[in-house]
Design a protein. Structure first.
Length: 273
């Protein structure tokens, strides 16, 4: 059983929903990333999603696009991100790590070389935003050979046939994008999310995480009632942007957002138990 599956299994037994923060590696400078990852875990993160900086992050809104630009100023590339994961693993061998990014840097490295490097560094899952399941067979097979979970994005428009394809090809969990559009928008409709999750759950036994539009403790708690995981990114990255002039404050202040979400999620689950 993968580290991701183990974590979801443990949380299910506890009656809790996973909280997954996203940050862009190397934002605003490389030496902040690993301390921030540890601080997010201390604040209540169950899994970590690390963005690989890319020059054309087409699925992301202006907040995460700016984060990629800040990271790329320091030439943070895929090899650097794997080094950060290795450094993180020196102190934490339990928290699952998902790399999120675009296919181009992986293709430059080569599927097998990337999968071997990611696995040896301590990565658990890989989400490639611009690789649809219809074109992902070779990549997915390669990842699984190295015990890495291929994670796919489901959308409000994903039909049953496509969901079943993602379920068959994927691993770890399925990431449901709560609305059409880019990251950082604010159009969360929890009722619509709940309805779609019923359809998704009929197509897969994997846990389902929900991201996009989760901006505060209240929205995190509401989504936690219907999802297996809450994924939060833009609100964290926006706070990082506010602290660019004083980067050493980032690991001290940004995790407070996660702590408030974790508290609200746990309180709501306790009431409904």
């Amino acid at each position: 059983m993968s580290r991701i599956a183990q974590r979801f299994d443990a949380l299910k037994k506890q009656g809790r929903t996973a909280l997954i923060p996203y940050i862009t590696a190397g934002d605003p400078q490389p030496d902040v990333t690993v301390p921030l990852l540890h601080a997010l875990v201390d604040a209540g993160a169950d899994l970590l999603e690390i963005g690989v900086p890319f020059s054309d992050p087409m699925a992301d809104g202006p907040v995460i696009q700016a984060a990629c630009e800040r990271a790329l100023k320091h030439k943070t590339g895929l090899h650097n991100v794997l080094d950060m994961v290795r450094e993180f693993r020196q102190e934490d061998v339990e928290t699952p790590i998902i790399l999120m990014g675009y296919l181009n840097p992986v293709e430059v490295m080569g599927y097998a070389a990337f999968a071997e490097g990611a696995s040896s560094a301590g990565v658990d899952g890989v989400l490639t935003v611009d690789l649809p399941p219809e074109e992902a067979a070779d990549f997915s097979t390669t990842l699984k050979q190295y015990q890495l979970d291929p994670i796919f994005l489901a959308a409000p428009t994903s039909n049953e046939e496509r969901l079943k394809k993602m379920a068959a090809m994927g691993g770890g969990f399925l990431y449901y994008v709560s609305f059409k559009g880019v990251t950082g928008a604010n159009r969360l409709d929890v009722g619509a999310v709940a309805d779609k999750l019923k359809q998704i759950k009929s197509c897969t036994s994997m846990p389902v995480g929900v991201g996009f539009g989760i901006r505060d403790a209240e929205s995190a708690a509401l989504v936690a009632e219907v999802a297996d995981a809450v994924v939060v990114g833009s609100v964290l990255v926006n706070r990082i942007a506010e602290l660019v002039a004083d980067p050493q404050q980032i690991p001290l202040q940004v995790p407070a957002i996660i702590a408030s979400m974790r508290d609200a999620m746990d309180q709501r689950s306790a009431k409904s138990a």
